[in-house]
Design a protein around this ligand. Structure first.
Ligand code: AMP
Length: 118
């Protein structure tokens, strides 16, 4: 998609604003969410700004989506005993606030009833 200005996540990727980065490679970055909703809450973000949500990513670059899932698993292995909830918010009414595709990795002890509320 065409964006008029870089997303917060692009600015983190470009090191214009700080983040607590826990993983990075050529195509993906992962960092602690600034407003954690679980003991472990990491956001996994493809570096490309071409996809606004997981539906666009799945059709445009399924291998990159698979890589996001692999990184989520690696983060959970290192920080949450390997078990985790993986959330993609799609659209404003579903809670999406940043339109640069990203996965929320939640773990480390999730309470009942948090499905759908991050
Ligand atoms: P979503 O609501 O699904 O679009 O997720 C956006 C997430 O980005 C939210 O959970 C925010 O807390 C998180 N977030 C926003 N700004 C930052 C930041 N500067 N560093 C880390 N996480 C952030």
């Amino acid at each position: 998609m065409t964006q008029t200005e870089p997303s917060i996540f692009t600015r983190i990727i470009d090191r214009e604003i700080p983040a607590d980065v826990v993983y990075e490679d050529d195509s993906v970055i992962a960092f602690n969410d600034i407003a954690p909703q679980a003991p472990v809450h990491v956001v996994v973000v493809p570096k490309t700004a071409d996809y606004r949500d997981v539906v666009e990513l799945a059709s445009g670059d399924p291998a990159l989506l698979a890589h996001v899932v692999e990184v989520a698993k690696q983060v959970a292995d290192e920080r949450a005993g390997g078990e985790f909830r993986l959330i993609f918010n799609n659209g404003e009414s579903a809670g999406q606030t940043i339109f640069h595709v990203h996965a929320h990795v939640l773990g480390g002890g999730l309470s009942e009833g948090t499905l759908g509320s991050k």
